[in-house]
Design a protein around this ligand. Sequence first.
Ligand SMILES: Nc1ncnc2c1ncn2[C@@H]1O[C@H](COP(=O)(O)OP(=O)(O)OP(=O)(O)O)[C@@H](O)[C@H]1O
Length: 667
Amino acid sequence: MESITPRAARAPRWVRPSLGVFRPTGPSLPNAFPERSRQRRLLLMGAVATLPVAGAGANSKTLAQELGGRSQRSRTEVALAMLRLLRGIDYLWLSLGILGLLFTSLAEVASPPLVSAALFAAVQGLGRALLCQRATAVAAAALVGGCAECLKNFAFNMLRSRLVARLRADTFDALLGQELSFYDEVDAGELTSRLSSDCMSVYSYLSDVLSFFLRSGAVTIASLLALLRLDLATTARLAALLVLLWVCSEWYGRVTRSTGRKTQDGLAELGRVANEALSLLRTVRALGAEALHCRLFRKRNAVIDAAQRERGLALGLFSAAANGTPPLLSALALFFGGHMVLTGQMTGEALATYLLYLDTAADGALELGVEWSSCNDALGSAERVVALLASAKGAAKNRAGSRSKGARGDICFRHVRFAYPSRPQREVLTDLCLHCPAGKTTALVGFSGSGKSSLLGLLLRFYDLEEGGGSVTFDDVNISEYDPAWLRNHLGVVGQQPRLFRASIKENIAWGLRGVSEAMVKQAAETARAAEFIESLPQGYDTICADDRLLSGGQRQRIAIARALIRDPTVLLLDEPTSALDATSSAEVSQALEQAQWSERRGVHRTVIIVAHDLRLSMVQHADKIVVMDGGRIVEEGRHEELLELGGSYTRLVRDQRLPTEHTPHV
Ligand SMILES: Nc1ncnc2c1ncn2[C@@H]1O[C@H](COP(=O)(O)OP(=O)(O)OP(=O)(O)O)[C@@H](O)[C@H]1O
């Protein structure tokens, strides 16, 4: 957004006060141009220096690939995809903007001959009437240009803001709709910050292309044509310098953006290092690691410093070219043109017009170079946003599926082989077969990393199995045939460390559901054994869960159980629900879970799958089936007593927890 301010502040050249210093005497003529151009060039440099950085750095290249931009889109495709974002009234704003652009450019191109004609009417004493007439023509051009500029800026601004607001909303929808495997490959924090800067960059792209790039392009081409028409030979001689100016500004645009990206990445890293050190200050101090963190901070700081020095050097060189070349162009034009005036091959008025056009062309070349790289970067950003929107559409297609009327909750894993998409070479489940009968409790126990939670992830369709990777069925139907939302509605999940949303307890329990009555919330809280402590809070169910310290781990866990139960799920998935709790909280949660196995509303026992490390849990010991996993396989299966008799892995796990192997006391 910063880019808009300085550029929008640029008045059309014919109303800029610098024109006022234009003096009709020959020798002082060129002096007027550097002054005017300097202002413009300084604005241009300022604009570049404050441009929002497009997220197209080294990091974001990987992001582009991760975003499914693997299928590289051409720039035209991206531009067309952006155009397809237009809806209804957007076309009106676009048409008005283009109309404004057309008249702005026309007025700008018409200005030089009008100004010189007025000037020479005065210099050559052609009479007051003619002078007034020509001066009025200059004023009329300025007026038309001003009105057109106003129309253009207003219309494009309306278009931009509508488009970018829609883009942001669509991008957020797309992020929420992505497959979970997508987030295994990208850092969600980095992704969201990159995408918001990408959306900003698309905004800047639209602003640059619509407002400046097209105008600079049109005006530069028109000025060059006018120059060629005025004097072909001189223009041909000066063309090389104009091209050089364009190359310089393009190079400067590149350097500014690349150093801007380095600075932005460096600042993000700096923030991460500082944040980590300060949020873990107790640990840092206890480990005496302050010096290490200072070193890490300084290292990141040095990267930003180097980028800023590079930018400073580039700015120095560019300002030399930007300020030196146009006066040089004018001097050369005066040399050649002046000679022609002296030899009668050109009129003084034509020379003045020529110099004015030359200035316009030089400014345009400068501006075009900078805008060119800006547009390229912004197109890169737009490409990532477009890729994300397209990949979300693909993910949405995969989510279509059937819904069944009733559900029993019979679950079967058949010859499941699974590797996470981010680590395809490492199989975490190997030819695994498991039946979790409806209405029964199955406990998954085993060594860390043996794949227990991965089984739950597959059932929840956080990940889908590849062809030939076996199948997971729910009531004898492959889960890939169900609508995932319907399936998940039948699966109540309680995790290890539940996160509550920044909302009231009541809202947290009913999160994601519509038309939930207060009575239903209270009923769920009661079954989850949470009602008592919630009612003892000063604000009861209206207490805002803003601070994790407000509620103990056990209390948060019971709210999470209520959140699962309010949906009256057919299946209850418990992933180490007590592992983060102390003994007292664990006992409370354990009792709540015992109660949660029974569905009051339907009068049936739910199917329960519990992943547990704590083998003392009565839910595990009383489970209808205990499944012991190791290295992605099932190594033992049976009831508690049967497995103890076997004296294998389960007995070792029980021993490791120093539990009695017979008549284990229930928690
Ligand atoms: N999102 C993921 N991407 C890549 N690998 C993963 C992912 N989640 C888990 N893994 C790997 O899969 C393997 C099985 O993990 P899983 O969490 O299923 O085991 P677990 O038996 O539940 O372990 P624990 O009891 O320690 O929670 C581990 O090696 C783990 O590193």
